[in-house]
Design a protein around this ligand. Structure first.
Ligand code: BES
Ligand code: MN
Ligand code: MN
Length: 462
């Protein structure tokens, strides 16, 4: 009797989790140079794993930064080709003391696997590998061709990936792109993301006197860079919660009534959202719902700031310099480089005399809107509905995946963002985890997606 891919996945679930634990043990933190070896080790681990599950032309490509892992199975020339993109790099783990167990020693507890990268994005990459394995192990074939592109620099803005795509357009040519690196609207609610915000990230430094000064002997007579920084930051919003930078909203596409209605249909519990965060009120731009503020409106936020004395107790000092990391989340049709330029210009205007400001652009990503009616989206919607037993909802995600606009520009093919995380999974936060239920359902949905894609491509063929 022949085993189906679903039966195979269920039967091998425990082994899958043990393998995922191995992958999660490698601390592939892309932004910290002391982990560069570990990032390479994760690439090597993937290379071995892709070979083990039966992919072909598996290779690790070095770049000016961290390596790219590639593998493919192209055994059905008449069927469509899917390019799967994911990332194996992870975010730093601080604040370390808030983790209940060490971030690179995965533990399974109450149906969740805890580790840095569990949901973003190692767990979600791994479920796709297991869906491929389930097909190859049971049928010796996939219903469509699959190419895998796994990078180690997503969390630092994918600086080397666009060049790689342009240099390898032939090898990577495809009919659709799949990415599993987003969250579902709520538990048990299958979701397709049709928008991602963009990002412009700046580091601002405010320089004052040539050295730190006694705040008694000098305070009151010298412009304090920390005070100046606070003033600049405060002036970047108005009372309506809007970003007070001339031109900031010029290219923003207003939300249509139709889209607002679509977003209102999402299962969103504002009260639960607020209490889970432990705040007594939510903030943001007046005139928009929370869902709209997160997914469909641009923002400006301080990500970190430091200056002067931050040790224990009091030290009376007037700092020589103050720094802040500031990011803007962007929506169509804002462009990252243009917005960075506008904000930098405004900051220079706001700087009082007596200090000097320096603004550096760290990285950027353009915002994305995806066609909800492509054949690939239909295939995804069908696969999700069959797996979850209810239709998928449409979401605009507040986060960013920098390479998506490049896929649209370079390949011009439909992109599907079908993620299995939850916003409460703690991506980028302490105690990151992934629900094993969603890991299994993710495998099933991707198993189905391959078949649906193949069938639909045939339907749509001329
Ligand atoms: N997987 C996330 C994107 C994401 C965020 C999806 C939130 C769903 C919800 C991705 O790994 C990520 O974190 N992207 C960065 C962008 C990058 C340039 C640092 C982000 O959004 O901050
Ligand atoms: Mn991610
Ligand atoms: Mn991330």
């Amino acid at each position: 009797m022949s085993v189906t891919p679903f039966e195979f996945a269920r039967a091998h679930n425990e082994r899958f989790i043990t393998e995922l634990e191995q992958f999660l043990r490698i601390p592939s933190i892309s932004t910290l140079s002391e982990y560069a070896e570990d990032v390479s080790r994760a690439a090597k681990w993937l290379e071995n794993h892709l070979q083990a599950i039966g992919l072909q032309n598996v290779a690790v490509y070095s770049t000016d930064g961290h390596p790219i892992v590639y593998g493919e199975w192209c055994g059905v020339p008449e069927a469509p080709t899917l390019l799967f993109y994911g990332h194996y790099d992870v975010q730093p783990v601080d604040p370390l003391d808030q983790w209940h167990s060490p971030p690179f020693e995965p533990v399974v507890q109450e149906g969740k696997i805890f580790a840095r990268g569990a949901t973003d994005d190692k767990g979600q990459v791994f479920l796709v590998l297991k869906a491929i394995e389930a097909w190859l192990a049971t049928k010796g074939a996939l219903p469509c061709n699959v190419k895998l592109l796994l990078e180690g620099e997503e969390e630092i803005g994918s600086p080397n990936l666009p060049d790689f795509l342009r240099a390898n357009t032939e090898r990577l040519s495809c009919d659709a792109v799949l990415i599993c690196d987003t969250a579902m609207a709520a538990e048990d609610v299958p979701s397709l993301v049709y928008g991602l915000r963009g990002l412009a990230y700046l580091e601002l430094s405010v320089y004052g006197p040539r050295r730190d000064l006694h705040s008694g002997s000098y305070g009151g007579a010298v412009v304090n860079p920390a005070n100046a920084l606070a003033g600049i930051i405060a002036a970047l919003h108005d009372e309506q919660g809007r970003v007070a930078v001339p031109g900031f909203y010029d290219d923003v596409v207003p939300l249509s009534e139709e889209e607002r209605a679509l977003l209102r249909m999402l299962p969103f519990d504002e009260e639960a959202f607020r209490t889970e965060l432990g705040v007594d009120a939510l903030g943001g731009e007046k005139g928009y719902t929370v869902v709209e503020r997160i997914g469909a409106r641009p923002t400006l936020d301080v990500n970190g700031m430091w200056s002067g004395f931050i040790g224990e107790g009091a030290k009376t000092v007037l700092p020589a310099v103050a720094h802040a990391k500031i990011s803007m989340r962007l929506v169509p049709n804002q462009r990252a480089d243009h917005i960075a330029h506008l904000v930098a210009q405004r900051i220079e205007q706001l700087a009082p005399t007596g200090v000097r400001v320096q603004v550096r652009l760290l990285h950027g990503a353009d915002p994305v809107i995806i066609d909800r009616r492509s054949f690939a989206m239909e295939a995804a919607a069908q696969a999700l509905e069959a797996t979850f037993g209810r239709p998928a909802v449409w979401q605009r995600e507040g986060g960013s995946i920098p390479v998506v606009t490049e896929f649209q520009r370079i390949f011009g093919v439909p992109v599907v963002l079908m993620g299995f995380g939850l916003h409460t999974d703690g991506a980028h936060s302490p105690n990151e985890h992934f629900h094993l239920k969603n890991f299994s359902r993710g495998i099933e949905a991707v198993v189905r997606f391959f078949a649906e894609l193949s069938q639909r491509a045939a339907l749509y063929a001329p």
